[in-house]
Design a protein around this ligand. Structure first.
Ligand SMILES: Cc1cc2nc3c(=O)[nH]c(=O)nc-3n(C[C@H](O)[C@H](O)[C@H](O)COP(=O)(O)OP(=O)(O)OC[C@H]3O[C@@H](n4cnc5c(N)ncnc54)[C@H](O)[C@@H]3O)c2cc1C
Length: 324
């Protein structure tokens, strides 16, 4: 991954290097020498990943994981969760305040093409409903209390529409091209060996498109994606868009980062959601972390306490930079 930066603050990159990531920092001149097709105007520094990076087909990964867990005895049932049935336990906290803890013991699952639901008994519920996990949390009463209280704190995850455009450009950088995230936020990478590329850009908060449908806005490419990419890689002036699609980010409006771990009041609902555009790469680690919580009651391999639900009530953000 190549990140041209408009500033010289290398602290986030240095902390990644301290964690073992093989990343080098390049001056604009070094950048020009390595990638002569890049216009370095406005670039103060660049970060370039040297190993352990790449891209993969998410659908293949998902199918591979499904088949593996099925081979290990997991039963997969497809339907829509429409209701949780819970038991309540009232107690007092250290200040003598009444606290009601909830435990879900039954989930109603509406089967596809049917008005019927199946009641499913459960000991643990993992809310991994992606862009819709805020709605699923609300079904369990999460966020339905007085404002400013833990009970009234919502899971701040909602669908946000994002576009990916695919283009052809025979003059493009070809095999040389890493995933590049421009100073403008526009990104692209090579797609196969036939001079095809794909990329996009996240809209600003004011430009957020209506998530009510998955129509692609082609003007967004012409006004927000193409101009900065053609400025950075001048041969992209000649590109021809071939296709485009839209999907939903499971967008955490609080700090654009994942939510992992149990809810403090609905004690057997665990979250694995809110990844805001970087959930695929984190999925294997999050899966392991949630399994450790359920089986052993604590994170073991990686401490993910910074990602728990409590931060929404406490107002403590877990922010990350240089994400798209
Ligand atoms: C355009 C685009 C580009 C992206 N690029 C990257 C990238 O480069 N790298 C990266 O790491 N990530 C990327 N992401 C993000 C990544 O795709 C998501 O973070 C990831 O797919 C989230 O996986 P998930 O399993 O948590 O949720 P999902 O894959 O959304 O799965 C949630 C599931 O829950 C189901 N569900 C919802 N409500 C209910 C209900 N009531 N009952 C039962 N089931 C329900 C849904 O049908 C769905 O199957 C991108 C996303 C988009 C849209």
């Amino acid at each position: 991954m190549l990140l041209p930066l408009s500033h010289t603050n290398s602290d986030p990159i240095i902390s990644l290097r301290q964690e073992g990531a093989k990343i080098c920092l390049m001056s604009p001149e070094q950048l020009r020498n390595k990638f002569p097709w890049i216009n370095t105007e406005g670039v103060a520094l660049a970060s370039y990943g040297l190993e352990g990076e790449g891209w993969f087909d998410p659908w293949c990964l998902l199918q591979g994981l499904r088949r593996k867990v099925q081979s290990m005895g997991v039963i997969i049932c497809q339907g829509e969760v429409t209701r949780f049935v819970s038991s309540l336990d009232c107690m007092k906290d250290v200040d003598g305040e009444e606290v009601t803890l909830k435990r879900i013991y039954e989930v109603h699952v509406k089967m596809n093409q049917s008005l019927e639901y199946q009641p499913v008994e459960c000991a643990v519920v993992i809310n991994a409903a992606g862009a819709w996990s805020g709605q699923v949390a609300a079904l369990a009463g999460i966020g339905q209390g007085p404002p400013g209280t833990l009970k009234g704190t919502k899971l701040p995850v909602e669908p946000r529409k994002r576009y990916v455009y695919s283009w052809h450009c025979p003059q493009g950088p070809g095999l040389e091209a890493p995933l590049l995230v421009d100073t403008s936020g526009a990104y692209f990478r090579r797609d196969g060996l036939g001079h095809n590329y794909l990329g996009g850009c996240s809209p600003s908060e004011e430009e957020e498109p209506d998530p009510g449908d998955l129509e692609v806005d082609h003007d967004f490419f012409h006004h927000k994606v193409w101009p900065p990419l053609a400025q950075r890689i001048p041969v992209f002036e000649a590109l021809k868009v071939q296709r485009a699609w839209a999907g939903y980010y499971d967008y955490n409006t609080f700090d654009q980062n994942g939510v992992v771990g149990p809810h403090p009041l609905v004690t057997n609902m665990y979250f694995a959601t809110g990844f805001s555009g970087h959930g695929l790469q984190q999925a294997p680690a999050v899966g392991r972390a949630v399994a450790e919580l359920v089986l052993n009651g604590q994170f073991q391999t990686i401490n993910l306490n910074a990602f728990t639900f409590d931060r929404f009530f406490l107002g403590v953000k877990t922010e990350e930079f240089n994400i798209i």
